[in-house]
Design a protein around this ligand. Structure first.
Ligand code: FAD
Length: 360
C-alpha cells in the first residue's frame, strides 16, 4: 500500500468530498493551522457545479428554529469570506438584491405580512405599479406578478466561487487527492482511510462532506443516519424574439418557486425542482417552463438550448443539513439538498469549533 506523507506536528484532517462544503471546511481548518488533505475522485462534477448560486437568507420567512439560526449565522459570515477570497479574485462578489414573485394573491398577502413584521431588514414590497414589476410582467406577458425584494440577499456566481476556492486551496498548499475514499477505520487515536487507488491516509480526524456516499463509510448500525437522493435541474432558454429583451429583467429572481437568472438580452436560466429519482423523469426539464397559468410564447420547450442536473442528498427523518459529531475525530457535515452555497460558511464554522474542542 502507498503511504501519503505524514506530518505529526499539527493535527492532520482528511476531508472527504470537495464540493462547496468540503472546500469551505478545508479553507477554514487550514486557517486554524491544521494540516489538510481533501479527497475527491472527480473535479467539478457534483451538485455544487450544477447550482445557480442564489443566497436566500433574509428572505426566509420563518424567523425561528435551527434553519433560521444557520441562515442568520451564514449571512453574518459571508462578508468575511468574500474579503478573504478577494485576495485571489478581486471580481468575486455577491450580486444583490434578490426578488421573490408570485401570481397567487394569498401568497402575496403572506409575503406582505412578512415584510411588515420584519422592518429594517432590507425587505420591501413590490406592488404591481413598481417599475421592476411592470418590466417583469411585460416580459412574461402577464399582469399578475407581484412580490418582495430583499436588498440583503443575492447571488454569487458558483463557477467563479468554486474556481476561487480551488486557487486558494492550491496557494495554501492543501493536499488534494484525486481519489475516492472507500473505507475508514479507527486505530487507537488515529483514523486510517483507504482509497480506491490504494492510498492509505493516516489522520487525526475525518470530516465527511461527501453527500450520499457518506453512508458507505460509516457504521449505520451505530449511527442512525439516512439520506435520500434529490435531483435538482436547470435549463437555459435562448430566444430570437425582437420585442423581448431579458436585460430589462432583474439579474436573478424567483417566480412561483422557480429561480431565474438573466444571462443576456436573449438568454435566461431557469431551475430547479426537487425530484426523488436517480435520473430526471421524462419532461422534467420541460416542466421548468410551467410556472405561470398562461405563459408567453417564448417560454416553450423548443427554446431550451441547455439542460443539466445535480444529485443532492436530503436527510431522511431529520432536518437538513446534518451536522453530527459521530465519534471521536469523525464528523459528518452533509445533506445539503438545498442552500449549500448559502450555508457553507456557518457549517465550516461549526466544524472548526467542534475540532477545537476535540483537540484541546
Ligand atoms: C440545479 C441546482 C441548483 C441549485 N441552486 C442552488 C442555489 O441557487 N443556491 C444554493 O445555495 N444551493 C443550490 N443548490 C444546492 C447546492 O448545489 C448544494 O446544496 C451543494 O452543492 C451541496 O454541496 P456539497 O459539497 O454538500 O455536495 P456536492 O457538491 O455534491 O459534493 C460532494 C462531493 O463528494 C464527493 N465524493 C462522494 N463520495 C466520495 C468518496 N467516497 N470519496 C471522496 N469524495 C467523494 C463527490 O465527488 C462530490 O464532489 C442547487 C443544486 C442544484 C442541483
Amino acid at each position: 500500500m502507498k503511504r501519503l506523507k505524514e506530518n505529526f506536528q499539527k493535527p492532520h484532517i482528511l476531508i472527504v468530498g470537495a464540493g462547496i462544503i468540503g472546500k469551505f471546511n478545508a479553507i477554514e481548518l487550514s486557517q486554524l493551522g491544521y494540516q489538510i488533505t481533501i479527497a475527491d475522485p472527480v473535479l467539478d462534477k457534483n451538485s455544487s457545479s450544477a447550482a445557480l448560486g442564489l443566497l436566500m437568507g433574509n428572505m426566509y420567512q420563518k424567523r425561528n428554529g435551527r434553519s433560521w439560526i444557520l441562515r442568520k449565522q451564514s449571512i453574518e459570515l459571508w462578508p468575511k469570506w468574500i474579503k478573504l477570497l478577494k485576495q485571489f479574485n478581486t471580481e468575486l462578489h455577491i450580486e444583490k438584491p434578490l426578488i421573490e414573485l408570485t401570481s397567487n394573491d394569498a401568497k402575496f398577502e403572506k409575503l406582505k405580512k412578512f415584510v411588515k413584521e420584519n422592518t429594517n431588514q432590507g425587505l420591501e414590497i413590490l406592488e404591481k405599479e413598481s417599475f421592476v414589476i411592470k418590466n417583469i410582467n411585460k416580459t412574461f406577458k402577464t399582469k399578475h406578478l407581484k412580490g418582495i425584494i430583499s436588498h440583503k440577499d443575492g447571488r454569487i456566481d458558483p463557477r467563479s466561487l468554486l474556481d476561487t476556492l480551488n486557487i486558494y486551496l492550491k496557494n495554501k498548499k492543501i493536499t488534494f487527492l484525486k481519489d475516492e475514499i472507500i473505507k475508514i477505520k479507527r486505530l487507537h487515536k488515529q483514523w486510517i482511510s483507504t482509497s480506491r487507488k490504494n492510498n492509505e491516509i493516516k489522520t487525526d480526524a475525518i470530516i465527511l462532506c461527501n453527500s450520499l456516499n457518506a453512508l458507505n463509510l460509516i457504521d449505520l448500525k451505530t449511527h442512525k443516519v439516512q439520506l435520500k437522493r434529490v435531483l435538482g435541474q436547470a435549463i437555459e432558454i435562448c430566444i430570437d424574439e425582437k420585442e423581448v429583451d431579458f436585460l430589462s429583467l432583474p439579474k436573478h429572481f424567483n417566480i412561483n418557486g422557480k429561480n431565474i437568472l438573466t444571462l443576456s438580452k436573449n438568454k435566461i436560466v431557469i431551475g430547479s425542482t426537487d425530484e426523488y429519482h436517480d435520473k430526471p423523469e421524462d419532461n422534467v426539464f420541460e416542466k421548468l417552463t410551467d410556472f405561470l397559468e398562461k405563459k408567453p410564447l417564448w417560454l416553450s420547450k423548443d427554446k431550451i438550448t441547455r439542460k443539466w442536473f445535480g444529485i443532492r442528498s436530503r436527510p431522511d427523518g431529520e432536518p437538513s443539513p446534518i451536522q453530527k459529531n459521530l465519534e471521536d475525530g469523525l464528523i459528518l457535515c452533509t445533506g445539503f439538498y438545498k442552500n449549500g452555497f448559502l450555508l457553507a460558511p456557518t457549517c465550516s464554522n461549526w466544524v472548526a469549533s467542534e475540532l477545537k474542542k476535540y483537540f484541546l
